[in-house]
Design a protein around this ligand. Structure first.
Ligand code: MG
Length: 453
């Protein structure tokens, strides 16, 4: 990851003490507060809720952002350690003008970040994100005098509110009747306590590992196969029905089957969608890099899948626009708008347990029913100019494929697809291909590698 402070539509991310300092966080709070005041035309008594993941750098960064917001006259509701999706739920619950999450998601412990949400619980669209960035850069803050400063208010309702929203989209009794044994790995992040409580309410017998929100991650925090060997073993030794893994801010969810086998984050959204499409008719949205499993499931139910550029904000926007019944991203992020427009591991857990309970099938059986694809994700070094050349060479090579150019190039073939996109933050091109059959997917990846040589 780059050594500089990254400012994007979802907020800023950097290395604590190096480029993400308390004064940077304070100024960002001032910029966001100023932006909110301008956009609401100086509405009285605006509040913003703020939460954080479990990183040890979180409390002070949170206070710094809160102090910036208070200086602009905004009241700040402190939610303390909560999952990112919980902040989205509370923004709407409390009628806040916006929300802030102090998190660096799945990045290592030396990182932290500041994620911004508007009143609709979504990241600011690009033009608004640019306005905030400009206010921050130029330090154009609208500060108030001492009488009009905002207050800091603490709120401890988040767990209860979020859990009740999640329970409202499933049937608790059906799940509880199965008495599932579940192993949960929250990697010492923000998800441990609330997710244990949800699972307990669902009548599960929960074995929680790394559930204390210490911010000292027991393993590398991204919920990938190589980082979850401990969870896989625990699922086997506990004879559990399923294992769940969250990232530190609990928006991503990975699944381990009853045999202790990691079945991959791509399945999280697909399995959640399988349940939703069995109950409701409608459409789905996901990004261009996500598995075709979702298209198969939607198609069987008479629905469509809207594809968007990579990024939660794009997916959520498409879901709202098309009134989608389910959406998310292939990195284990499930979005159900009835709860919030944010990827939510608690939503994923509830929908997947409901699917298991209603079908009476094991998670490995359910995964086998929708699988059958091979996916390869890789990347290679390329600066902006090289990336452009590679993409246009690919366009010539795959001239017969259906092409989507909304985020890099995505080529759709009869037997699979290939997505090439240059990273915004690093000098690399990401390559994702999926097809039925290992040889076919290899063929697409090799063709791209040949171009790069
Ligand atoms: Mg995350």
């Amino acid at each position: 990851m780059a050594e500089q402070l990254i400012i994007s539509i979802s907020g800023m991310r950097g290395i604590v003490g190096k480029n993400l300092t308390d004064s940077v966080a304070h100024d960002y709070g001032c910029a966001f507060g100023t932006f909110l005041k301008y956009s609401f035309g100086g509405r009285e008594k605006m509040s913003v809720c703020i939460g954080r993941d479990s990183r040890t750098s979180g409390p002070i960064l949170e206070l710094a952002v809160a102090s910036g917001l208070c200086e602009t006259g905004i009241d700040v509701v402190d939610l303390a350690i909560v999952p990112t999706p919980s902040v989205g739920v509370m923004v709407r619950q409390l009628g806040c003008g916006g929300g802030v999450v102090i998190t660096a998601s799945h990045n290592p412990v030396q990182y932290n970040g500041i994620k911004l949400l508007l009143a609709n619980s979504m990241a600011p669209p690009p033009e608004k994100a640019e306005q905030i960035r400009r206010l921050f850069r130029d330090r154009q803050f609208s500060l108030t005098d001492s009488r009009n400063r905002g207050k800091l208010i603490s709120n401890e309702q988040t767990e209860a509110v979020h859990i009740s929203k999640v329970l409202s989209i499933i049937d608790k009794r059906t799940i509880a009747s199965k008495k599932f044994r579940v192993v949960l790995d929250s990697v010492n992040g923000a998800g441990g306590l609330i997710t244990k409580r949800l699972l307990t309410e669902l009548g599960c017998r929960v074995v929680a590992i790394n559930d204390e929100p210490t911010g000292l991650f027991a393993h590398a925090p991204e919920p990938t196969a190589e980082n979850l060997t401990g969870l896989c073993e625990m699922v086997k030794s506990e004879k559990a029905h399923i294992g769940f893994a969250q990232d530190p801010d609990a928006d991503r969810l990975a699944i381990v089957d009853e045999n202790g086998i990691y079945i991959g984050e791509e399945y999280t959204l697909a399995l959640a969608a399988k349940y939703i499409f069995s109950k409701r008719s409608g459409d789905a949205a996901t990004n261009l890099s996500t598995s075709r499993m979702l298209d198969d499931i939607a198609e069987k139910a008479g629905g469509r899948v809207f594809r968007t550029p990579v990024g939660e904000a794009y997916v959520a926007a498409a879901m709202l626009e098309h009134n989608c019944i389910i959406g998310g991203e292939g990195n284990g992020g499930v979005i159900d708008l009835r709860v919030s427009p944010i990827r939510d591991s608690l939503v994923g857990i509830a929908l997947i347990l409901q699917l298991m309970a209603e079908t009476g099938k094991s998670i490995s059986q359910l995964a086998a029913e929708i699988g059958g694809y091979n996916m390869i994700k890789t990347k290679f070094a390329a600066n902006k100019a090289q990336a452009k050349k590679i993409l246009s060479a690919a366009k010539k090579l795959f001239v017969n494929a259906r092409l989507d150019v909304s985020d890099g190039y995505r080529f759709d073939f009869e037997d699979g697809w290939l997505h090439l996109r240059a990273s915004n933050t690093e000098p690399i091109v990401r390559v994702i291909a999926e097809a039925t059959g290992e040889q076919t997917v290899r063929k697409y990846i090799d063709a791209v590698l040949k171009i790069t040589r």
